[in-house]
Design a protein around this ligand. Sequence first.
Ligand code: GLV
Ligand code: MN
Ligand code: MN
Length: 423
Amino acid sequence: MTATPKISPARAEAFLADFTTLGTFGATGRGGVDRQAGSDADIAQRRWFAGLLEQHGLRVEYDRIGNQFGLLELVPGAPYVFVGSHLDSQPTAGKFDGAYGVLAAAHAAFELAERWGSGSASEDEKPRYNIVVVNWFNEEGSRFVPSMMGSSVFTGVLGLDEALATTDPWGISVGDVLGKAGFLGGGDGPTPVSCAEIHIEQGRILENAGNTIGLVTATWAASKYVVTVEGAQAHSGATVMEDRQDALYGAALLVVFARQLADRFPGVLHTAIGKLDVYPNSPVVVASQVTLLLDLRCSDEGVLAEANRYLEEQFAAIEQTAGVRVSRRLSHEWGINPYQPAGVDLARSVVGELGYSNQEIFTVAGHDSVNMKEKVPTVMLFVPSVEGISHNEAEDTKDDDLVAGLDMLTGVVARLAHGALVD
Ligand code: GLV
Ligand code: MN
Ligand code: MN
């Protein structure tokens, strides 16, 4: 194989134009998007994306959890190099998270289809594997918990029936929304041989270092819990303070403790409570129940275990102080499993040929490739996020960095389609 060629200026231009169009789906008017999984905006962008894939000659299919695949069959019968990310977003989110990786995957496939279909490819430049562009269903887990749902079902970490039965806060199930939108296929999707994902960093490390490409070596561990605080409903004025079993007071103590816990392990542990559901959430009423989602991220599994012990102790203390009962259910977790070092080496070789400044980097956020790397050799790449802002409408990545990432992804996918990491 010859050295990695750069994508053409026309490819870069087409990619940026399509990315502008993609950003109109669920646009908030303040530069961001709201296209939670299965929402009207998500359904509309998926239809548009299917059309784009088909225009470029890819065959669009869905599996039984609504993962969207654009198949580029180059070698009949061979398994597929998976390349993609997710189009769904958090509410009032940025337009780059996930969407960049899906559209870059599509344009990497279009570019390679052109290169290899032009008739000029020599025998040793011809691919050995097929390529599939994938838009994983519900990576964000905002409307339907847990996150990374589509890739978790695909890789067998989450049961299909459990995922399809998951409901949103209004009782609508994943199966309902996908079925109505026509996104439920009958099979399990194509067979993977290897995988690549590109994503915005969502942190400041690349920007601070002045580097363009991140070669992801491993992921921080995560433990996500659904915590229930149960008290007793009471009159907020008339009930004497000693008699109260205020679930919201108990939850508030936990919110503060979660922050203090992270402060005990600076730079190693991140914690947040991102969602609180208060019942009955009414004036003049002391809350009887609060459900909250507690998220722990950690770069050291020992520290994570210690943090979990502190939490257990704190639950008992909160029960005493607030007169409530606190329980938790683990909804989603992953460990600090590295990406295959050979995949990092492959990415380093491609980035060296293309000449972009780069560094190794951990991912703190979860990605669908965290699931895929447990099944097949997987390469994960980052491009910089301006000021590290993410899950915010102000999320941004410069055009030059978006294009450099597309160039890089195209080079990596070309190598994977030639059998790198597997043959
Ligand atoms: C992504 O879904 C994450 O939880 O980081
Ligand atoms: Mn993402
Ligand atoms: Mn996200």
